[in-house]
Design a protein around this ligand. Structure first.
Ligand code: GLN
Length: 498
């Protein structure tokens, strides 16, 4: 297999090649680093590339495989042993800068691993580097990063979506076999849709948030970006599960996500919910058509299509931006120039705070701190924050009721395909609207997956979203896998000119 073909294989496939000794981790890592080398100047998917660490980890991973293959060890390495991965820059990886896409953390080197990266490290995964993100994961296009926008590999003039745009673009451009992202309102699913890859946001509490630089703590969840559903299951298996360092994790061992994946190839007995309002209205016609085609495919595979109502999700956007910004304003109070990152010294402590935060944060982050602080102010708290929490409960109840009738809900991920760089950055409301279909899943805490399901007339990828009930990842992944086995949208790759 030539290096170019190898770069676009699935994680599961390269994992098999490693386990039989047909390829080494050093070779795989070199393939990824050379893809990064040739495309990074155009795509800007990474904030930090950790080539030395990657090569050192690859050497160790090869020893582990060799020992197993030669019978020197009876401990079979994890399927991730030797597989190159990338990690969004809001997730702490020990001894590598974690900038969160912000000037204020440009020099912050965490002395510890997040639980997710620690679990990947223990599984023998290779860390290629940290991927670009909107500043503190606030955005939908990766344009608010202090380190310049990421470009969509399908059209370099367009955004990759956001905020995990670096991770999505890196997977899409064949620079890595998978990546971690984070999803507070859609930031894994939305860029996955815009870059033609698979984005999984697990249930709130499925994956530890320890070592994740917090944005909206009650909404944030670490998720995965991969080429296939099976790859998402492999990564989720490694990073999920209880963690003493995060009391919001479910204290139960996660099920085996892979075991059930290929048990059947049809959807007989599966009830798929379709929300009427979501399938009409302000959708780009090609997105609407692809979602309708997906519904037909699911039906053809044996699923029963059931109409569902989610009446309160029409207020989800307002509730989300109040809650997310309120939490962000509290979470970002710690960046004062004293404990983390860059300090801009002033005449006194107060001036040091002001200088550090004025220079360190970008416009979008400041906007959110101001909105969030305002929503929490005495006198406005009841009108804004408290009401938003009430709406959140109603949205949760909508989903509980819907999932008493169906197994998954299908709909669009984004109203449009990838938009042009610069098109929405001056208009925050337009930008916020690009998450309209994903953020209710975060308010409800439920899992969601974005799958490639078509292309628009300009050849840009389209995604479809499947939402599942709380802790229903196993079923969600199984249904998504069956759909993916029956279609080949995920097999298309962008052609970057070098
Ligand atoms: N685009 C949404 C926002 O800007 C969601 C971001 C995210 O999921 N991190 O808040």
């Amino acid at each position: 297999m030539c290096a170019m073909d190898l770069a676009f294989q699935s994680l599961a496939m390269v994992s098999d090649l490693l386990s039989t000794g047909d390829i080494t981790s050093v070779e795989l890592t070199e393939v990824c680093l050379s893809q990064i080398n040739s495309s990074e100047s155009q795509v800007n998917a990474f904030v930090t590339i950790s080539s030395d660490l990657a090569m050192q980890q690859a050497t160790n991973a090869d020893i582990a495989w060799q020992n197993w293959i030669n019978g020197k060890s009876d401990q079979k390495p994890s399927p991730l042993n030797g597989v190159p991965l990338a990690i969004k820059d809001v997730i702490c990886v020990s001894d590598i800068v974690a900038s969160a896409g912000s000037m204020i953390l440009k020099e912050f080197v965490p002395p510890y691993d997040s639980t997710a990266s620690e679990r990947l490290r223990d599984a023998g995964a290779i860390f290629l580097g940290k991927t670009n993100t909107d500043e503190f994961a606030m955005g939908s296009s990766t344009e608010t990063s202090a380190f310049g926008p990421t470009h969509n590999p399908w059209d370099l003039n367009r955004v990759p979506g956001g905020s995990s745009g670096g991770s999505a673009a890196a997977v899409s451009a064949g620079m890595t076999y998978g990546a971690l992202g984070t999803d507070t309102g859609g930031s894994v699913r939305q860029p996955a849709a815009m870059c033609g890859v698979v984005g999984l946001k697990p249930t709130y509490g499925r994956v530890s948030r320890y070592g994740l630089i917090a944005f909206g703590s009650s909404l944030d969840q670490i998720g995965t970006l991969t080429r296939t559903v099976e790859d998402a299951a492999l990564l989720l298996q490694a990073i999920s599960g209880p963690d003493l360092k995060d009391s919001t994790t479910l204290q139960q061992k996660p099920p085996n996500y892979l075991e059930v994946l290929s048990k059947t190839d049809n959807l007989k007995g599966v009830r798929v919910g379709v929300e009427q309002e979501h399938t009409t209205g302000s959708l780009q016609p090609e997105v609407e058509k692809s979602v309708q085609d997906t519904i037909k495919t699911l039906k053809h595979l044996g699923a029963e299509i059931v109409p569902v109502q989610l009446p309160h999700t029409q207020h989800a956007l307002e509730a989300y931006y109040l809650i997310a910004n309120a939490e962000a304003s509290a979470n970002l109070a710690r960046y004062d120039g004293i404990r983390f990152g860059q300090r801009r010294t002033g005449k006194n402590l107060w001036e040091t705070y002001i200088n550090t935060r004025s220079k360190g944060f970008g416009t979008e982050v400041k906007r959110r701190i101001m909105l969030g602080t305002y929503a929490l102010t005495a006198g406005y708290y009841e009108d804004y924050y408290l009401n938003a929490q009430k709406v959140r409960t109603l949205v949760q109840k909508d989903f509980v009721l819907a999932f008493s009738k169906v197994d998954v809900i299908v709909g669009p991920v984004t109203p449009t395909t990838a938009f042009k760089i610069g098109e929405k950055i001056e208009d925050p409301l337009q930008m916020y609207l690009s998450d309209i279909f994903t953020l209710s899943g975060n308010l409800a805490g439920i899992p969601g997956i974005s799958l490639p399901c078509g292309f628009d007339q300009s050849g840009l990828p389209i995604g479809v979203q499947l939402l599942g009930p709380t802790f229903g990842e196993q079923q969600l992944l199984t249904i998504a896998h069956i759909y993916q086995q029956a279609t080949d949208w995920h097999k298309h790759i962008p052609r970057l000119e070098h």
